[in-house]
Design a binder for this molecule. Structure first.
Ligand code: FMN
Length: 161
């Protein structure tokens, strides 16, 4: 059975990791989630709008995506940390697929600039809900600041999938 990597990425870091996982495994589909109304991705508006949306636990409308849950045994959810929370488009995806997600093995990774990812991963567990992830990892801006530590974490994560 295949693995689906479902991710949202505003600035490319989360997408970068999704590609890395795909390269390391076989039978992986990447499913990028995008909101109908894009968040500002530059300047202070980027943090104000996205941060407020995350704090208010918004579930923005998503553009259509192809996700046939029956095709997948394992689902990896990737997201950037916003205000120590899950980025809102992932919240929308979970809302739309909650029942089926509860029947799957779920792993998750969070990309952040500094801190808050532990809280965000805990938050993700509660909103699915799932008792635990099969695998999880936290990365610091993996595309913008490549490090051997990030590479090692990705390798270890892939071994658990
Ligand atoms: C609205 C917003 C809020 C953010 N909040 C946090 C945060 O609470 N903690 C943190 O470490 N990084 C925070 N960041 C930084 C991103 O989580 C980080 O740069 C991440 O790697 C970006 O992933 P992406 O390139 O896939 O969008 C925030 C970024 C944005 C746009």
């Amino acid at each position: 059975m295949k693995t689906a990597i479902v991710y949202y990425s505003m600035c490319g870091n989360t997408a970068f990791v999704a590609e890395k996982i795909k390269e390391a495994l076989t039978d992986v589909d990447l499913i990028e989630i995008t909101p109908v109304k894009s968040y500002p991705s530059k300047g202070i508006r980027k943090f104000l709008w996205g941060g407020k949306s995350a704090m208010m636990a918004e579930k923005p409308a998503l553009n259509p995506y192809k996700f046939n849950a029956d095709d997948y045994e394992h689902i990896v959810i990737g997201f950037p940390v916003w205000a120590s929370r899950v980025a809102p488009p992932i919240r929308s995806f979970i809302e739309e697929n909650r029942v089926v997600l509860q029947t799957k093995s779920i792993s998750a990774y969070a990309c952040q600039a500094g801190n808050g990812a532990e809280k965000a991963l805990k938050n993700l567990k509660e909103i699915i809900p799932v008792s635990d992830f099969s695998a999880s990892m936290i990365l610091i801006d993996p595309k913008d600041k490549p490090t051997e530590d990030n590479e090692r974490k990705i390798r270890e994560f892939c071994k658990k999938l």
